[in-house]
Write a protein that binds this ligand. Structure first.
Ligand SMILES: [Zn+2]
Ligand SMILES: [Zn+2]
Length: 174
């Protein structure tokens, strides 16, 4: 999934993780989307060059579908035992006019930043990507297969077909 934010918050989010918004359409949580075009809109009213979009890997857990206005669990899904709320695409919720889907995750630790999907300035993007990689390494997670590698670094090799760096523990690489 994706999350758009202000460039000035990018480094702190990469190194310290996301902070829950206190309120919003789906109540408290971290707001993310499978739709990159939706993520690109945030934060609202900020110039394009000051925006950055993270690519995320999310363990959604137990998901509550919120697909209509005034849904009884619209803001109380977490109190009702759910880890994530999901507004499906084009479900007709009046505040999302674009029809683009939205997710709200309660626990920020369910979200891992795996890449910087959009950032207008190439050198800033390269710097942030480097930071994402070193952060993941510090957390003992393989950047390729996203599995734990605290017991030993995975032997990354170049793919003989496309030349990309791949990890032998990746489930698929075409
Ligand atoms: Zn690996
Ligand atoms: Zn390949």
């Amino acid at each position: 999934m994706y999350h758009g934010t202000h460039l000035k918050h990018a480094k702190v989010i990469i190194t310290q993780g996301f902070q829950r918004s206190t309120d919003g359409l789906l109540g408290a949580g971290v707001y993310i989307s499978r739709n990159i075009e939706k993520a690109k809109c945030y934060p609202l009213n900020v110039d394009k060059k000051d925006k950055v979009v993270f690519k995320l890997r999310v363990q959604v857990g137990k998901v509550k579908k919120i697909d209509c206005d005034n849904h009884p669990m619209q803001k109380s899904w977490h109190q009702n035992g759910y880890d994530c709320a999901w507004v499906p695409p084009n479900c007709g919720i009046s505040t999302i006019k674009s029809g683009r889907e939205e997710d709200c995750v309660w626990d920020p630790s369910r979200i891992t930043i795996v890449d910087v999907a959009c950032c207008m300035d190439d050198s800033t993007r390269a710097d942030l990507r480097k930071l994402v990689k070193s952060q993941r390494r510090a957390e003992g997670v393989c950047n390729r297969c996203h599995q734990d590698e605290s017991s030993g670094l995975h032997p990354i090799q170049s793919c003989w077909e496309c030349g990309k760096d791949i990890c032998p523990f990746q489930h698929k690489h075409f």
